[in-house]
Design a protein around this ligand. Structure first.
Ligand code: SF4
Ligand code: SF4
Ligand code: SF4
Length: 320
């Protein structure tokens, strides 16, 4: 299955480059570690055979689009496609400069979950593939099947990868993740069930571990300011030292900045070396944005960005 899809992708991209429909492609190639991928950015037709599509295509490739010139083809999962549209809405890239190749997405697999589940290291696993609604994992001479909920990255739980409307070409069929929207709600509901003081203690503890590496900002396509407020010295908004209070402010302000832009791709949480559950913040923020403004990031290239539009009658209750 994956091989057929990969062949179709490679043939398509080769043709697009040959016909000069695109100048370069941003896609995925196999990573140096087992069950990993790394971004591949190339204008060379000879590189096209390195493109892959598999359940380990974690990176949100739209983060590269602002820095690439010419017409760029992007292999886009649902979240990447929506982030791309969001960048168009924010006029960070032009629609004419990007060619969106919608890729099938069954969700990306969280290898840490798999390793914990079967008690083995990635190097001891022989194969991981989707078989219908289950992930079939081959290790120690046998194959076991696991549900999506057991192995998917939390950001993919409850996602509808087909929820984007702007695409130049589709490679394969795109369907909602099995299990429905409620599948991704567990962490949010747990957080909501906490008393405010308990929730405060929870985040205080989490942000005490932040080393302010800014990895979460760097991988995020919605974090595109050339100069981030944390680097300002006049005024200095927060201390450069990773004290938990400043770490918390950094993340609260970041969340405000990406509200209406964040597509809940999960990259910030995946990249965090301190394993801070940033996805709980992004998912809740997405829910609030939907509830208050009926707005879903990156679904309409012609809509004004959430924070750039104002309806005179909106939030009247709040203003009273
Ligand atoms: S968040 Fe959705 S579109 Fe993105 S990788 Fe996960 S399932 Fe696919
Ligand atoms: S990636 Fe994690 S450790 Fe690094 S700045 Fe972000 S929250 Fe802090
Ligand atoms: S804030 Fe995190 S989840 Fe949202 S778009 Fe940025 S990297 Fe993705």
């Amino acid at each position: 299955m994956t091989r057929e899809i990969e062949k179709k992708l490679r043939d398509t991209v080769r043709e697009l480059l040959e016909k000069e429909t695109i100048d370069r492609i941003v896609g995925y190639e196999a990573g140096s570690l087992k069950f990993s991928t790394t971004p591949l950015i190339t204008s060379n037709k000879a590189d096209v055979d390195r493109l892959v599509i598999n359940p380990f295509t974690h990176s949100n490739l739209s983060v590269f689009l602002r820095d690439l010139c010419g017409k760029v083809g992007i292999v886009a999962k649902g979240c990447d496609a929506r982030s791309t549209i969001s960048l168009i809405q924010d006029r960070q890239i032009a629609r004419k400069d990007v060619f969106i190749i919608g890729a099938p997405c069954d969700g990306v697999i969280d290898l840490a979950k798999v390793e914990k589940l079967i008690g083995l290291d990635r190097d001891e696993i022989d194969d991981i593939v989707w078989q219908g609604e289950k992930a079939a994992i081959t290790f120690a001479g046998s194959t076991q099947k696991f549900s999506a909920k057991e192995v998917l990255a939390d950001s993919c739980l409850g996602c509808d990868p087909s929820d984007f409307k702007e695409c130049d070409m589709l490679i394969g069929e795109i369907e909602p993740i099995v299990g429905g929207k409620e599948l991704g709600q567990d962490r949010i509901r747990e957080m909501e069930a906490m008393a405010p003081a308990q929730r405060w203690e929870f985040w205080k503890k989490e942000f005490s571990r932040c080393i302010r590496c800014y990895g979460c900002r760097q991988v995020c396509p919605a974090c595109f300011c050339d100069r981030c407020f944390v680097e300002e010295t006049e005024p200095r908004w927060i201390s450069p030292l990773p004290k938990w209070q400043d770490n918390l402010i950094f993340q609260v302000v970041r969340m405000m900045h990406v509200a209406g832009r964040c597509t809940n791709c999960g990259e910030c949480e995946r990249i965090c070396p301190a394993n801070i559950p940033l996805g709980s913040l992004t998912k809740k923020m997405e829910e609030i944005v939907d509830e208050l403004f009926q707005y879903r990031a990156g679904t309409d290239k012609d809509a004004p960005p959430l924070m750039a539009a104002y309806q005179p009658d909106e939030l009247e209750d709040l203003m009273r």
